[in-house]
Design a protein around this ligand. Structure first.
Ligand code: GLU
Length: 495
């Protein structure tokens, strides 16, 4: 397919269905996807659902929709199957049990009966102390196994060496060496028999033949543990790549749940399923997300998904955190609104018009409106405010707005009646043939041409800003134009 990395990779996106899918997850998926498509390899979707307490119904569907909306597809996954399934971790329970058992037999893990509490409820200090006090740590395996078979509550812990160190390697940061004394006896299998992420990720990446794993830097602290488990099972590790996390738009720290909510309230989406509703094009979101933490060179900024597939490279991912810049997203949105075909834009703005109560069944008209709005829109949600009047039976201007500068209701009425006559007689509404007669009329009435166009704009659109007036009149059609002008005249008569 392309030049850079000719060896086909096997990569995975491995989300936990614990809530709505964040832009950060979308970006992680995207980087993995790009690498797979660039090398002609496989992109795998694996659902990491072993934390049943945090499981959220519907999250899996939402995340698949979000990925598809961005333009990604996957070669293997819970919905499409594949040779390395199942692709949901809760359906792979026996596999983890098998390798947990192997770790126990190799004395790299142990059954622990003194606590049936699951990881997360324990703090680090307690875990570190644990390895010094746990009576089960060096217990006889046969005895411990018997206890387990007898139904004793237990967890399985990794038996972290108390001395020495471990070195793991991240493609963006190089080698990372950590003293084992600073690590601890992590729980690998919880009291409910399900593995924690640390064991499941190692087993799955190995069994699924993952060659490269791109996941965010929040996994760096437990990366050494993963290195330990790989070594204990005698497996080769994939190439690890940990792009940085996002920072808040002000650059001050990691985004919390509350920050995400505050952004949403300010009209800035952060969950994948909100971008479309909030008027953003997937093309813009993909381009924007790719550049948060990756760059091609110091000048090129616009990349379609296909261009990203061609140009993406792991070497140019940044290990330092980047702040979200929504101004940039708006910029890209405008770029792609202009880049797509008018037909395509018409399809995409249709639901926004419909939601605003506009009847947009006339697809020819919708296309003409789309063409007109294309150069003006920055966001699809702006379409009804800019062009809703095209599809409404009536518009409702304020009488005041129909009165031009330095005019009163009476003179505005005289002018309006003249405009009506002129419009009725015009051969057509094009800029070329209608512009001059309106100017002549303004001169004749001793008023500014702006007042002529102002009356037209307000009576036809009831908006202060609208697309160019001749194009507008052409789309509305003479009959409707005259009807709205007459309504304007009635409004002025009633002042
Ligand atoms: N389930 C983990 C998460 O959602 C995946 C981390 C990884 O990609 O290894 O963050």
């Amino acid at each position: 397919m392309t030049t850079k990395n000719q060896t086909p990779v096997r990569v995975r996106f491995a989300p936990s269905p614990t809530g709505r899918t964040h832009l950060g997850s979308g970006r992680t998926a995207l980087y993995n996807y790009l690498l797979a498509r660039q090398t002609g390899g496989q992109f795998i979707l694996r659902i990491e659902d072993t934390d049943q307490k945090r499981y959220v119904e519907g999250a899996e569907e939402e995340l698949m929709q979000g990925l598809r909306w961005l333009g990604m597809d996957w070669d293997e996954g819970p919905d499409v199957g594949g040779d390395y399934g199942p692709y949901r971790q809760t359906e792979r329970r026996e596999l983890y049990a098998k390798y947990a058992r192997e770790l126990i037999e190799n004395r790299h893990a142990y059954y622990c009966f003194c606590t049936a509490k699951d990881e997360g409820q324990e703090d680090v200090k307690k875990r570190q102390q644990h390895r010094d006090i746990c009576p089960s740590r060096d217990a006889d395996i046969a005895e411990a196994s018997q206890k387990v078979a007898g139904g004793a509550a237990h967890v399985i812990r990794y038996k972290m060496p108390k001395e020495g160190s471990i070195t793991v390697e991240d493609a963006l940061r190089g080698e990372i060496t950590v003293e084992n004394a600073t690590l601890d006896d992590y729980i690998l299998v919880k009291s409910d028999g399900l593995p924690v992420y640390h064991l499941a990720v190692v087993v799955d990446d190995h069994l699924m033949g993952i060659t490269h794993a791109i996941r965010t830097s929040e996994w760096l602290p437990t990366f050494p543990l993963h290195g330990h488990i790989y070594a204990a099972l005698g497996w080769e590790q994939p190439t690890w790549i940990h792009p940085s996390i996002f920072l808040k738009p002000d650059g001050k720290g990691k985004m919390s749940k509350r920050d995400s909510e505050a952004l949403m309230e300010a009209g800035k989406p952060i969950f994948l399923s909100d971008f479309g509703k909030m008027g953003y094009l997937p093309e813009a979101v993909v381009n924007w997300a790719a550049l948060i933490g990756w760059s091609y060179d110091d000048k090129t900024e616009e990349f379609t998904l296909d261009e990203l597939i061609e140009k993406f490279s792991v070497e140019k991912l940044s290990p330092s955190p980047a702040a979200l810049n929504f101004t940039k997203l708006d910029h890209f949105n405008g770029v792609y609104i202009r880049a797509i075909s008018s037909d395509d834009l018409a399809e995409r703005i249709k639901p926004f018009f419909e939601e605003a109560g506009c009847a947009v069944s006339d697809s020819e008209k919708l296309l003409r409106v789309a063409t007109l709005l294309q150069v003006r829109l920055k966001n699809l949600t702006e379409a009804p405010a800019m062009g809703g009047f095209f599809f409404k039976e009536d518009v409702f201007p304020e009488a005041e707005s129909l009165i031009g500068k330095k005019m009163d209701a009476e003179s505005a009425l005289v002018l309006a009646r003249e405009i009506e006559k002129l419009v009725a007689d015009l051969p057509d509404f094009s800029m070329d043939s209608a512009n001059q007669p309106f100017r002549v009329l303004a001169a004749k009435m001793d008023t500014k041409v702006g007042n002529v166009f102002g009356f037209l704009r307000d009576s036809l659109t009831a908006q202060k800003v609208s697309p160019p007036i001749f194009d507008t009149m052409e789309i509305i059609g003479r009959e409707k134009v005259l009807e709205r002008i007459r309504k304007g005249i009635e409004l002025l008569e009633a002042v």
